[in-house]
Design a protein around this ligand. Structure first.
Ligand code: GLU
Length: 259
């Protein structure tokens, strides 16, 4: 049976994993399509972080306009990596940069959807990012988590997989309590959980390269699951992560009805 996933890769992973990790992911995409009938719309972050790593501009306390300019520098850099990785697995990719207002406008949303449908029918993988040079929602907050949930809704995906640098959502912050257990399934996201995550994240000093923490991921999972889209929050650099999701292996945190 054919299935459609939106997969989102966070800035930390894209930058630290580099070309090797991207190659591994794109190899998995080829197998997903061939063996599992899964077509993937890919949402990537990492443009700003790659540009900072490469140029050294805006290393500390970057202003919003510096971030926007960095995104314009870094976007072609990450697309170079994606294109090489796709080619190595015999795939072709396409870049789409979009904003929330594109998705809010009925005509532009339809145009976006038509483009995605056409690309997928040609077996071309759409690689999306927010158009940070002209819009700033995700770089103020979110690392594309919320964008990926909205995209999943618009393209009528049945799964959203958020690849990140932690194993998933824990009962308590594992940095404070190393014995905290990973939550493997949440049928839905309660508003009280979001509130709790938002306040503990506000207390913690921000680290990492993207703007999204676990709160923005859980919020995105809640948004997707409200529309019947099964969501996974998973460590993205574990081997065969996407194939393991396709095989129904219990990894990361799954948000939706228990399998
Ligand atoms: N769209 C941004 C990028 O590609 C997201 C990163 C962030 O949230 O800082 O860099």
């Amino acid at each position: 049976m054919k299935s459609r996933w939106v997969v989102k890769a966070g800035s930390n992973l894209v930058c630290s994993g580099g070309s090797l990790l991207l190659r591994a992911w794109m190899r998995e995409l080829a197998v997903l399509r061939k063996q599992h009938g899964v077509e993937v719309v890919w949402v990537t972050s990492g443009a700003i972080a790659s540009a900072v790593d490469r140029t050294g501009f805006g290393k500390r306390d970057r202003s919003l306009r510096e971030k926007q300019a960095l995104s314009a520098i870094g976007q072609p850099m990450i697309m170079d990596l994606y294109n090489i990785a796709l080619q190595a697995s015999g795939l072709l990719g396409a870049q789409i940069l979009l904003t929330y207002s594109d998705l809010a406008d009925a005509e532009r949303r339809d145009n976006f959807r038509n483009t995605v449908e056409q690309l997928l029918s040609w077996k071309v993988t759409p690689i999306l990012n927010e158009n940070d040079a002209v819009a700033t929602e995700e770089i103020k907050f979110g690392d594309n988590d919320s964008l990926s949930a909205r995209v999943a809704k618009v393209v009528k995906a049945d799964r959203l997989v958020i690849l990140t640098d932690v194993d998933g959502l824990y009962e308590r912050d594992p940095k404070q309590d190393p014995k905290a257990k990973l939550i493997s399934n949440l049928p839905k996201i309660a508003p009280s959980l979001l509130k709790e995550l938002a306040s503990s994240e506000a207390r913690r000093k921000k680290g990492g390269r993207g703007t999204g923490g676990i709160y923005s991921k859980v919020r995105a999972a809640g948004e997707a699951s409200r529309h019947g889209i099964d969501t996974w929050l998973i460590r993205g650099d574990r081997p065969s992560v996407l194939l393991d999701v396709a095989r129904g292996k219990a990894i990361g945190t799954h948000v939706g009805k228990a399998k």
